[in-house]
Design a protein around this ligand. Structure first.
Ligand code: MG
Length: 162
């Protein structure tokens, strides 16, 4: 028996360094450090994009947008996320819901959370209420807790239309 629902999970990490912008969920957060990466290093957008690709069995963002390709240098990850969603729709999948968690000691995420949800929902062309974003510290434990990097997880649910 074929079930129509598909679940996807994504995980991403980027290092926090001096001299880079801190862009999470499409929001540039004022902070003394930023996220290092080939694109704008938006760790949340990347985790969500990988979750979507997981649900539609479409590979991963490293396959779709290789970090060796100069076309993606400094790329706006919300644009990449939009393309991933278009790909999922082309494959015959309809978005149902997503939820995300950011793990970082600093900066504080809560003042930006609603804007992140709006940015992600807009990139996906879905309603804001279909995208959850929350954050946790790791009680100063591990590399997130020491401020060495920021991690993000995302899960999403799709319905197969064909
Ligand atoms: Mg990434």
């Amino acid at each position: 028996m074929q079930h129509a629902l598909r679940i996807g999970h994504g995980y991403d990490v980027h290092r926090l360094v001096d001299g880079r912008r801190c862009i999470i969920g499409g929001v540039e957060i004022p902070y003394e450090k930023g996220l290092l990466g080939h694109s704008d290093a938006d760790v949340l957008a990347h985790a969500l994009a990988d979750a979507i690709l997981g649900a539609c069995r479409g590979g991963d963002i490293g396959k779709l947008f290789p970090d060796t390709d100069p076309a993606y240098e400094g790329a706006d990850s919300l644009v990449l996320l939009r393309r991933v969603m278009e790909y999922a729709r082309e494959l015959g999948y309809a978005f149902v819901d997503a939820d995300c968690t950011i793990a970082c000691q600093a900066p504080k995420i809560s003042p930006y959370r609603d804007q992140m949800r709006e940015n992600l929902a807009s990139a996906l062309d879905v309603s804001v209420d279909q995208v959850g974003v929350k954050a946790t510290t790791t009680e100063k434990l591990g590399w997130e807790g020491k401020g060495e990097g920021i991690g993000a997880w995302a899960v999403c649910l799709f319905e197969r239309c064909s």
